[in-house]
Ligand binder design. Structure first.
Ligand code: UDP
Length: 245
């Protein structure tokens, strides 16, 4: 039995990182409502099993500070715009989750009290204990960071059992599988493997934060219906990043 098909540990609380790209479907940018609905249905099914779920949403489908800086925009200003893009995605996901009967709260790292709650750690924990899906938006609230780092940060703060990263590919490969047919997919890696081989999973700050706090990371393809639920049951294809041994 390979590592990925072994029964997964019982997860009580998890953080799912939904990248902006995961919401744009097959389009070049923006949001695909069908994709958002599919992701929401997947999350609803997992929440219905009693697992406490929180989300960090990205914004790369709408705006990335780094890309804007490459075209001459001030980096910090661009990053603030990027953080606002994550709030747009969070509101769309919240709406789709509520249509699926899930009670939700959006909490933002940048205060915008008319549309979302400010991020307060203990309040977020309480929401989850009450069965609400908490959506963390606006990243860390700081420029020069990414939503991957925000995901590792919030997962640690919420004492999650795992950080699940939903992407467009079914795990971590030795090279981009969309360009290189010989790319090898890993079932399991250590944090150090990812850092020392510079594997394209999450930025180094996110991996280091996970490593310091022994937070397992699971990378899987969000584009298949039911993929989140399958990974929670230890089924399907994914890469698990943990400590050695
Ligand atoms: N961002 C930031 N600080 C954070 C999180 C995000 O400045 O803590 C900005 C940054 O410009 C980034 C953008 O928000 O490019 C969108 O987030 P990200 O690229 O992580 O989204 P994803 O790749 O997951 O769609």
């Amino acid at each position: 039995m390979s590592d990925e098909t072994k029964k997964s540990p019982e997860y009580k609380r998890v953080l799912l990182k939904v990248s902006g790209e995961a919401l744009m479907g097959n389009g070049p940018s923006g949001v695909d409502p069908e994709m958002v609905d599919m992701v929401a249905a997947d999350i609803a099914a997992v929440a219905a099993t009693g697992v406490q779920v929180c989300l960090v949403v990205g914004g790369g489908n709408i705006f990335r500070g780094l890309a804007a800086a490459a075209k001459g925009m001030d980096r910090a200003q661009g990053d603030y715009a990027g953080m606002l893009a994550t709030v747009i995605n969070a509101l769309m996901l919240q709406n789709a989750l509520e249509r699926n009967g899930v009670e939700t709260r959006v909490m933002t790292a940048i205060q915008m009290a008319s549309i979302a709650e400010p991020y307060i750690r203990r309040r977020a924990v309480r929401h989850m204990e009450k069965g609400r899906v908490v959506i963390f938006a606006a990243g860390t609230g700081n420029p020069f960071f990414t939503t991957d780092t925000a995901a590792a940060l919030r997962a640690n703060e919420m004492e999650c059992d795992a950080l699940l990263k939903g992407t467009q590919v079914d795990g971590v490969y030795s090279a981009d599988p969309r360009r290189n047919p010989d790319a090898e997919r890993y079932a399991q890696l250590t944090y150090m493997d990812v850092l020392s081989r510079d594997l394209n999973v999450m930025d180094a700050a996110a991996i280091s934060l996970a490593r310091e706090n022994h937070l397992p990371i699971i990378v899987f393809n969000m584009h298949a219906p039911g993929a989140f639920g399958a990974v929670m049951r230890g089924e399907g294809r994914f890469t698990r990043i943990i400590e050695a041994g």
